[in-house]
Design a binder for this molecule. Structure first.
Ligand code: FES
Length: 565
């Protein structure tokens, strides 16, 4: 039995039947001290927990799991917490993105292989959220998510800091000697002061917001700070709700419709969300057979104002957004652009959920007609340099660079860039366009967040803080600058980015959504044909599977065999 059917829970398949294995499953589970009551036909709720000491952003999730259990018991369910792989953004090499699909497989297989009727997903860092969502979408048992919430704001002297946007800005001051070693140590101790994910609108905050917009959490889950007691409360309420969802057989495929994805993209644009949301939403949609495309993001971006004034696009932090009314207040602001009738995890529609939402700070959540920018936070570029698309975040870029013509300075690899970027004789000016290759899903490998190429020291010393940068990498959602990312096909897969040479002219025209290499097609093909084959990074194990099956950025970088056909 693959799923719950009317009048019969899936878990009963494990407990009933009268054979030895039905007996032994119950006997072995009772070794944990449960009474026989747990087999009486109550829904078994898995609590899928990405807690790990190797993931500081998820360090509080065991506590939240206890609150979830209270809710499940109270609603008449039977909670069983289980661990999966966790992906600590700061620790995994070469990049956490290499392992997102692996974690999603772990989540899917542990949900489907165990006696579960529904699942509550506990997560929080950049990749744990999309990985759990992808796995749960494929498993398609009733599911609800509780994200871990943003950490407290950082503190240094009298400054309020947002991890990691302000860390990156301060690092440039440290590189140029404007911050001392002692001060840098103080910043290290004060930037991330609690459990929870990064407190700007980075990838984790974006994904939490987008999951709320998809309808997979209870309303207002995304922005409650991690240490806030109200996060514990919403965890308990979510535990209670998943039991009811099992009884109603409300599954991810009922919630994650095309309308829900369009709502999620609209909210992503309204919050100035991370460019990584594009990759993750494409991957989740692919698990459900929903034909979401890069161009859907651009279409929605063009008509959605960015109304959330949170770093890196704006000035405030996630806890300010929560105090201002959170994602429900944002969704109410852009409600005319949303599918208000879309159903959500609490059984109500989007319009019903946000009807009573209020905004308490009009500088944090701007009025629809006085936005931070008239268009959304993500634009999709195409052209002979990126035939299958590329991504830019105009709200975090320098306006004067969004239309730019410049000469390329090329780094063939990330390693070359790292070795040369601080060279005092680096031949670059403020108009140069930095190009970096071999940073895509296959090339790096794993599609790391190397796309915000550090500003050359020689330019920083002239007081220049931004320039156009282009690569087939991703960038952290906490990053900023005029950075073109996700160029597809990537250079290691034969994309034209591989053909760029230092001195070539490149034209970035964000208004017209184009990125052009001013070199003839014949010359591009000649250069590509002359290039040696890229190195193969793995000849065994998971890495080999990744290289053989990962899709390109414009398809979400999922494995081809995990997408629903
Ligand atoms: Fe986990 Fe930023 S490092 S969210």
């Amino acid at each position: 039995m693959d799923s719950n059917t009317p009048g019969k829970l899936r878990s009963q398949q494990w407990w009933t039947g009268g054979d030895y294995y039905a007996f032994s499953r119950k006997a072995w589970l009772r070794s944990e001290g449960y009474t026989r009551d747990v087999f009486d036909g109550r829904p078994v709720i898995g609590i899928c927990n990405s807690w790990s000491e190797l993931n500081n952003c998820n360090a509080h999730l065991r506590t939240l799991a206890e609150a979830v259990k209270r809710g499940v018991w109270r609603a008449g369910g039977f909670p069983l917490e289980f661990p999966t792989i966790s992906l600590g953004e700061m620790f995994l090499k070469p990049t956490s993105m290499l392992y997102r699909n692996l974690m999603s497989m772990d989540v899917e297989e542990m949900i489907t292989a165990n006696p579960l009727d529904g699942v509550l997903l506990l997560c929080g860092c950049d990749k744990t959220t999309p990985a759990q969502l992808m796995g749960a979408a494929s498993a398609n048992l009733p599911a609800i998510m509780v994200t871990g919430g943003p950490m407290l704001h950082g503190q240094w002297k009298d400054r309020k800091l947002g991890a990691g946007t302000d860390g990156r800005k301060l690092f440039d001051l440290y590189r140029t000697g404007k911050i001392t070693d002692g001060e840098w140590c103080e910043i290290e101790g004060g930037l991330a002061r609690s459990a929870g994910h990064c407190t700007v609108m980075g990838t984790a905050s974006t994904m939490a917001s987008v999951v709320e917009a998809l309808g997979m959490t209870l309303p207002n889950c995304a922005a409650i700070p991690a240490p806030d007691s109200r996060r514990t409360t919403i965890a308990e309420l979510s535990g209670q709700r998943i039991v009811e969802m099992v009884k109603q057989n409300l599954r991810p495929s009922d919630i994650l419709t095309r309308q829900a994805f369009e709502n999620a993209i609209t909210v992503d644009m309204a919050i100035g969300g991370s460019t990584n949301a594009v990759v993750h939403l494409l991957a989740v949609a692919g698990r459900l057979g929903i034909d979401l495309k890069l161009d859907d993001f651009d279409l929605i971006s063009r008509k959605t104002p960015c109304v959330v004034n949170v770093k890196p696009s704006g000035e405030y932090l996630m806890e300010d957004l929560f105090a201002a009314g959170g994602i429900p207040a944002v969704m109410k602001e852009v409600l005319p652009l949303l599918h208000g009738e879309a159903i959500t995890a609490n059984g109500h529609t989007v319009a019903e959920n946000v009807a009573s939402a209020e905004c308490y700070n009009r500088d944090v959540i701007r009025p629809y007609d006085q936005p931070l920018s008239m268009e959304g936070g993500t634009a999709i570029l195409r052209g002979n340099l990126a035939p299958n698309g590329a991504v830019i975040k105009p709200t975090a870029a320098s306006p004067h660079l969004l239309q730019h013509r410049g000469t390329a300075y090329v780094f063939e690899t990330y390693q070359q860039m790292r070795a040369e970027i601080d060279r005092p004789d680096l031949a670059v000016t403020k108009d140069t366009i930095l190009v970096m290759k071999s940073c895509g899903p296959k090339g790096a490998p794993g599609f790391p967040e190397w796309g915000q190429i550090p500003m050359p020291k020689v330019l920083l010393e002239q007081g220049i803080n931004d320039m156009v940068r282009i690569s087939d990498a991703r960038m952290s959602g906490t990053s900023f600058g005029t950075v073109v990312l996700h160029v597809a096909p990537e250079s290691a897969a034969g994309g034209p980015l591989a053909a760029v040479e230092t001195g070539d002219e490149i034209i970035l025209d964000t208004a017209n959504r184009s990125i052009t290499l001013a070199v003839s097609d014949e010359e591009i093909q000649r250069r590509l044909a002359a290039r040696p084959a890229p190195p193969v990074h793995y000849d065994r194990g998971y890495g080999k599977m990744f290289l053989n099956h990962v899709n390109q950025a414009d398809q979400g970088c999922d494995f081809d065999f995990l997408r629903k056909t």
